[in-house]
Design a binder for this molecule. Structure first.
Ligand SMILES: [Zn+2]
Length: 312
């Protein structure tokens, strides 16, 4: 599955015809979203700009109620993962069409049927056909201004998704085609410093892993995310170690890209045993790993991540 309409390229967002009375859903950083709105040339719209990271279900219900009776014609999710997740969930609740416009380039979330929403302060990965965008607009126009840190975290996430998705038990020749192509484009973009390739690679990665799944690398990464490490950053070590464990064809190449991006080793506050207990119930990732994973395997992987600098 992929969005009914995908528009890619510089000027894609400025040339897109936005329906009148759309509701733009974005985060509280006007310096970023205002330049986008100007560039998009969108007229006659409402804006909700209070999306925060890890959006809670209560917040989404609140937005739904706030705009009830206002005849919103479409939702426009503008921003990183959180804005798009809110937009996806709202679209499922109301049936109003959704247009997704990523501004951070890395998650590929604009392509997928996944959404991450918090219930009782716990992040949950949900999948539903109703989360799929009616249109995805990917425009690298503002990419040159992206800070290095954000760029490398996004690039690492896209690369991890592409390679984990390739190895996933749910992969098939069609999804592998997208994951393989995505990996090659992203690798070329990073190793040869052709940044302009990254949004396209991330988009293809989204189609590939969105129709298979990510696996052990992502499962390992969430205990680091829970301690405040950015998602893409934690994947640099976690996916490297996971690829080694799985004997992935992407192990060496993934590691080389992480070295090029100069990622530092990770630290963990909780004990390896505690962390492994958090990771084990994550069946959505672990059941799709190409090799079966025991708790001891997880402890060993974490030990390698923390104590043996896997990027060396
Ligand atoms: Zn990811």
């Amino acid at each position: 599955m992929m969005p009914r309409k995908i528009v890619y390229g510089t000027n894609a967002a400025s040339q897109f015809q936005y329906p009148e009375n759309s509701l733009v859903i974005t985060t509280t950083t006007p310096d970023i979203y205002e330049k986008w709105l100007n560039y998009m040339g969108i007229k006659k719209y409402e804006i909700y700009d209070k999306v925060t990271p890890d959006p809670a279900i209560e917040k989404i219900q609140e937005i739904k109620e706030k705009y009830e009776g206002k005849e919103i014609s479409a939702y426009i999710g503008l921003g990183g993962g959180s804005s798009m997740d809110v937009c996806k969930y709202l679209g499922k609740l109301t049936g109003i069409p959704k247009i997704l416009i990523p501004t951070t380039f890395g998650t590929g979330a604009e392509m997928t049927t996944y959404a991450v929403v918090s219930f009782n302060h716990k992040k949950k990965l949900l999948q539903d056909e109703a989360f799929l965008a009616d249109a995805a607009v990917v425009d690298p126009y503002f990419l040159p201004g992206t800070p290095f840190n954000i760029m490398r975290n996004s690039a690492c996430d896209a690369l991890a998704q592409a390679s984990e998705g390739y190895d996933s038990k749910l992969a098939n020749p069609f999804t592998k085609l997208f994951c393989k192509e995505a990996f090659e484009i992203l690798e070329d973009g990073i190793m040869n410093e052709k940044q302009e390739l990254l949004p396209y690679g991330a988009m293809l990665s989204g189609i590939g892993f969105g129709n298979s799944s990510t696996t052990l690398g992502h499962a390992l990464s969430y205990v680091f995310s829970n301690e405040g490490v950015p998602h893409g950053y934690s994947l640099s070590s976690c996916t490297t170690v996971a690829h080694k464990f799985n004997k992935s064809i992407y192990y060496e190449r993934f590691k080389q890209v992480c070295q090029k991006l100069k990622f530092e080793p990770l630290k963990l506050k909780q004990s390896l045993d505690e962390a492994a207990d958090v990771i084990m119930p994550d069946r959505g990732h672990l059941d799709n790993n190409p090799i079966e994973v025991t708790k001891q395997d997880i402890v060993n992987c974490l030990d390698e991540i923390i104590n043996k600098n896997p990027m060396q």
